[in-house]
Every structure is written in structure tokens, then in C-alpha cells.
Design a protein around this ligand. Structure first.
Ligand code: AMP
Length: 582
């Protein structure tokens, strides 16, 4: 049996962790980093890039770069790259496959099972799509767990003795979740969960993009969001988005930041440059309504759990966006409490997933996790009404049955339309799918009873069955599979497609390894030169000039990613550094 890992498949970054020697640990990628950008790219020649190399080429090659695919999970959207078309599941699978390779390299053994996290507010279709992505990547997906629950597990891992009520505020790249979790002697019980599937860091970035474009238009009379040439437009937006994200991140620690985008546009052969100074105050003004949108879910979660802010013992912040001072202020004001400082908001979700993986494998027997259904589930009844079968925040797994009477005389078929949402009006909720129960015993209206059962599993995925109560025997049920789901054959086909890229990923890994080694050797070389210049080491001027020349060759080869040249340079520099270490 292979190993099991926990994966945080994020909108912006993803991480992989496992239980190693009884403790949850993140595993580094081939560049030695824990955070892998959730970005997939293809070079002009069709070579696949995942993670950092894909991020590095995003500006130069926006048409062939896929970012924030998590936002498309559970939709029917196709992602077109060159002549190829991908489902969101396939792109996510490529990211998962890379994390699998990273984990296998680190652990030195096969990894074949995974616990993957999703936002608590992910719908059934989004969860199913995530599970499919895991399977396409070659994992048996042991469990899909909610990100805030995973964060609470990471927090509670070494605090099993204390009873605590924890509020997790999770604002990531694309989604927002709040969960309230009660921790008693190793049992994690989710009391309530709320959120917004369409609110995250990307929205903040776009506010800055709009601001920069508006300023540029004022000055240069050119709208950077409305450039006629499509490929030029894409490249400009990509540069603006990247600059906006960097500015946003800077403003978490600085009071102002400079944004410089030289040669952003050329008009009548005259290059135009974008230069702006953005203050934290201005940024906060641009995004204050976005931050305020997180207030209502906090209040709703508290009221669903029958708690007041004073009942919360600890507040955990999850997701890179929670480093924003305005976000931290809002949380403090709403809950009258300082959030915990010792939890890493980007890392705790993967750690929690690894703990859940450990629980599954039986290596961490002392923990129990009970999660809840984030939405109300039910079916449509006559007159566009919504009939609840499982109310939101019901502990899962659970099974519920509801009985419905036939509505027309001698009805032999019934259309069961399953929905999720909080509205009494069926059409205002989200449709999960529908199926026809046929073979109902013909009888005057209201006399035949149809029993509908909902089975909600621990992954938050629902199975619905219906049967004719009158005969007692279950009848044939035709389920119209939701368009969004992949069939077993589609998963197998996608598996084959994604496997084709494994070779390309391995080549990329080797390349990344050389680049990393080259960067580290260059650092050592530059340090040696500094020591020589400061006379801390005796290196004569001629030698110093030679070392400087070598460093320049290194920089050039690194820029051009000339692997063979780099390998030669690494050897030469390593020998020289060794010579001077005596
Ligand atoms: P996640 O993938 O959940 O960690 O969230 C990623 C989001 O957090 C992205 O929108 C990032 O731009 C954003 N982010 C990362 N670091 C920071 C920071 N220091 N300040 C503000 N936002 C950040």
C-alpha cells in the first residue's frame, strides 16, 4: 500500500503534507518551497509547466497560462489552450499530479491516496469535480474535507485536553468561509458554516487593476481594459493583475507602494509607461465594501450556532488575504478578540488535511471529526416551492427521508428535482440535478406516496433515491446525470491524457533542480566575492575580477535557463568556492 497525503488545492497556491514520524509536516516542491502556485502553462512547443515555472511565464505567455482554475470547478466551462481544450478537473488534476510527484520524491515512496480540502461553502458539483480531479491525477480520494475544519484540526492537534470553541475566518484567493468548531477531547464538531463562493483575493486585485486603468485613462486617454488587439489586451491585463497582486501584498506591511509598468502600451510608436503610487489608505477605500461583505456570514454563523461573540475562545485566520490589516481589523471588531498569531494562514489547511489522512489510516486514533452540510437540501414541489429534506448545518454523514403525494390522477411518473439553497422559492435555489421515478402505481391524485431519501456522505456529496411507497418495492429510477459531472469513462480518458504529461513534468523537475542548484551556487559565489572585497578573505584583484565574470555568466545563463551551461558553471564555481574555504 502506498502512502496517503493531505492536499490544500488552493485558488492561488497549493500545498501537500503528510504525517511523518507521528507529526504533520508540509513537503517541499523541487524548488524547496512549500507553496506551489496553482498555475498550469504550456510553452509554444506544447511543453507543460506547472507551479512556479508556469507562473514565471504567465506575463510573457498569458494565452497559454491557466490561473485560478478553482473558480471554475463544478461548471461546464472548458479551458482552451492553443488547439487543446481542458475541463477544470483536468487542469486541477495536473496540479495535483505535480504535488503527488513532489510528495513521492520527498517521501521516497509511492503516494496513492489523498485527502483533499475544499472551501466549506463548495457545492455538491464543486466537491464532485474536486474528487474527479484527484482521481484523474491517480489518487484514490479518501476524503474531501472542508478547509476551515482542516485549519481547526491543525490548531487543535496538540491541544486535545482543552474544550474550546473556535471560529475560523478563511479568505483565500477565490472563496470565503466562516466555520465555528467545538473542540472537546480530540473531537472536532462543526457547529455552523457559512460563506461566499465568489469572494476572494482575486476580487481585491481587480479593484486595483480598475483603479490603475482609470488613472492611466485620465493621464493618457487610453483605456487599458479596452484594447482592440485581443492578445495585446490579455498581456496587458496579465501584467496589471500581477502588479496589482504584488501591490496588495506589499500594502499588508507597507503604508504605500510604487507600481511601475514600463512600456505598458505603445501609441503612434511612442511607448507609454504606467507609474502610480498607491497608499494603504487609498487601497482600503477601494476594497472596503469587499471586506464588509464578510460581516454577514460571521453573524449568520454565530446565530446558526446559537452563540455570541463572547462565546468564541479563539479566532483562526486562514488564507493569504487575512494578512491584510483591514481584514484583521474587521475580524477584531466583529468578534471583539485578537486573532491567533501563531497559526500560518497559508500552511494550516494542508497540515489539517494530513491530520485527517492520518486519522483515516488509523495512525491518529485519538481524533474524531464531525462536519456539517453547508446548504439546505431539498426538492421542488408544486408551485415552485422548495421542500427541505436536510436543513443546513446538519451533522454529516446523514440520511433523511421525505414522503410526497402524487399531484395528478393516475400519475405514473414523478420528476424529482433536487436543489440546494436557503430560499422557499425553488427557482431561486441552485439545481443539483433531476431524475424521473417511473412505474408509480396509478391511483387517484394524492393516494400514491413517493419516498425520497437523501444520503449525505462525509465528503459532502449527496446521493438521492426515490421509490414508490404503495407497492413497497423500489421501482426503476432514471437519474439524469448532471452535465457537470464526469462519467467513469471520462475520468479514465482524462487519466490517460494527464498521464501523458508526467514525462514532461519529470523533465521540468530536473530542470527546476538544476536552476535551484544554480541559484544557490550563485548566492555562495556572490558571498565569496563580497568577502574578498571586504578583505575578509584574501583574494587578489585579478581573481576577484574572474569570480565577478563567472557570476555574470551565471546570471546570464540563469536568465536564459541554459541548463548545460549552468551545469558546467555550477561545477566550476563549486570547485573555486571549495578552494577558497581554506
Ligand atoms: P490562499 O491561496 O488561500 O493562501 O490565498 C491566496 C490569496 O491571498 C491571494 O489572493 C494572494 O494574493 C493573497 N495574499 C497572499 N499573501 C498576502 C499578503 N501578505 N497580504 C495580502 N494578501 C495576500
Amino acid at each position: 500500500m502506498g502512502q496517503i497525503v493531505g492536499i490544500d488545492l488552493g485558488t492561488t497556491n497549493s500545498e501537500v503534507a503528510a504525517i511523518i514520524d507521528g507529526k504533520p509536516q508540509l513537503m517541499p516542491n523541487e524548488r524547496g518551497k512549500f507553496l506551489t502556485p496553482s498555475i498550469v502553462g504550456f510553452t509554444e512547443t506544447g511543453e507543460l509547466l506547472v507551479g512556479e515555472p508556469a507562473k514565471n511565464q504567465a506575463v510573457a505567455n498569458p494565452e497559454r497560462t491557466v490561473t485560478s482554475v478553482k473558480r471554475l470547478m463544478g461548471t461546464d466551462r472548458r479551458i482552451v489552450v492553443g488547439e487543446k481544450e481542458f475541463t477544470p478537473q483536468e487542469i486541477s488534476a495536473v496540479i495535483l499530479k505535480k504535488l503527488k510527484l513532489d510528495a513521492e520524491t520527498y517521501l521516497g515512496s509511492v503516494v496513492d491516496e489523498a485527502v483533499i480540502t475544499v472551501p466549506a461553502y463548495f457545492t455538491d458539483a464543486q466537491r464532485q469535480a474536486t474528487k474527479d480531479a484527484g482521481e484523474i491525477a491517480g489518487f484514490k480520494v479518501e476524503r474531501i474535507i472542508n478547509e476551515p475544519t482542516a485549519a481547526a484540526l491543525a490548531y487543535g492537534f496538540d491541544k486535545t485536553g482543552e474544550a474550546k470553541t473556535i471560529l475560523v475566518y478563511d479568505l483565500g484567493g477565490g472563496t470565503f468561509d466562516v466555520s465555528i468548531i467545538r473542540l472537546v477531547e480530540g473531537a472536532f464538531k462543526v457547529l455552523a458554516t457559512t460563506g461566499n463562493n465568489n469572494l476572494g483575493g482575486d476580487d481585491f486585485d481587480y479593484r486595483i487593476v480598475d483603479y490603475l486603468a482609470a488613472r492611466f485613462k485620465e493621464k493618457e486617454k487610453i483605456d487599458l481594459r479596452n484594447i482592440p488587439d485581443v492578445s495585446q489586451q490579455r498581456a496587458i491585463l496579465q501584467r496589471l493583475k500581477e502588479a496589482a497582486e504584488n501591490a496588495k501584498i506589499d500594502l499588508s506591511s507597507l503604508l504605500e507602494t510604487e507600481i511601475n509598468l514600463p512600456f505598458i502600451y505603445t501609441e503612434a510608436e511612442e511607448p507609454l509607461h504606467l507609474h502610480e503610487v498607491l497608499t494603504r489608505a487609498k487601497y482600503e477605500e477601494l476594497v472596503t465594501d469587499l471586506v464588509s461583505q464578510t460581516e454577514q456570514p460571521i453573524q449568520l454563523a454565530l446565530s446558526d450556532a446559537n452563540l455570541s461573540p463572547g462565546d468564541i475562545d479563539a479566532v483562526i485566520l486562514v488564507g493569504g488575504m487575512t494578512r491584510t490589516p483591514l481584514v484583521q481589523r474587521l475580524v477584531r471588531e466583529q468578534l471583539d478578540k485578537d486573532p491567533l498569531k501563531d497559526i500560518n494562514p497559508e500552511e494550516c489547511v494542508a497540515i489539517g488535511a494530513a491530520i485527517q489522512a492520518g486519522i483515516k489510516r488509523g495512525s491518529l486514533e485519538e481524533f474524531v471529526v464531525v462536519d456539517v452540510a453547508p446548504f439546505t437540501l431539498g426538492i421542488e414541489t408544486e408551485g415552485d416551492k422548495f421542500s427541505t429534506v436536510i436543513p443546513r448545518n446538519t451533522a454529516i454523514p446523514c440520511s433523511r427521508k421525505s414522503l410526497y403525494r402524487t399531484t395528478t390522477d393516475f400519475q405514473t411518473e414523478a420528476l424529482i428535482h433536487v436543489l440546494q439553497g436557503e430560499s422557499q422559492v425553488a427557482s431561486e435555489n441552485e439545481s443539483l440535478g433531476e431524475f424521473i421515478l417511473s412505474g408509480i402505481t396509478p391511483a387517484p391524485k394524492g393516494e400514491s406516496l413517493v419516498e425520497v431519501s437523501f444520503d449525505y456522505d462525509v465528503n459532502g456529496i449527496v446521493k438521492i433515491t426515490a421509490k414508490d411507497r404503495k407497492t413497497g418495492a423500489s421501482r426503476s429510477i432514471t437519474i439524469k446525470a448532471s452535465k457537470k459531472r464526469l462519467s467513469a469513462e471520462e475520468v479514465t480518458l482524462a487519466q490517460r491524457d494527464v498521464s501523458k504529461y508526467t514525462g514532461s513534468m519529470l523533465v521540468q523537475r530536473e530542470k527546476s533542480k538544476v536552476l535551484l542548484e544554480a541559484e544557490n551556487t550563485l548566492k555562495e559565489l556572490l558571498q565569496l566575492i563580497r568577502q574578498g572585497e571586504k578583505k575578509e578573505k584574501r583574494i587578489d584583484d585579478l581573481e576577484l575580477a574572474k569570480l565577478g565574470d563567472l557570476a555574470n555568466q551565471f546570471k546570464q545563463a540563469l536568465k536564459e535557463e541554459e541548463l548545460e551551461a549552468l551545469e558546467g558553471l555550477i561545477e566550476k564555481a563549486t570547485n573555486l568556492i571549495a578552494d577558497y574555504s581554506y
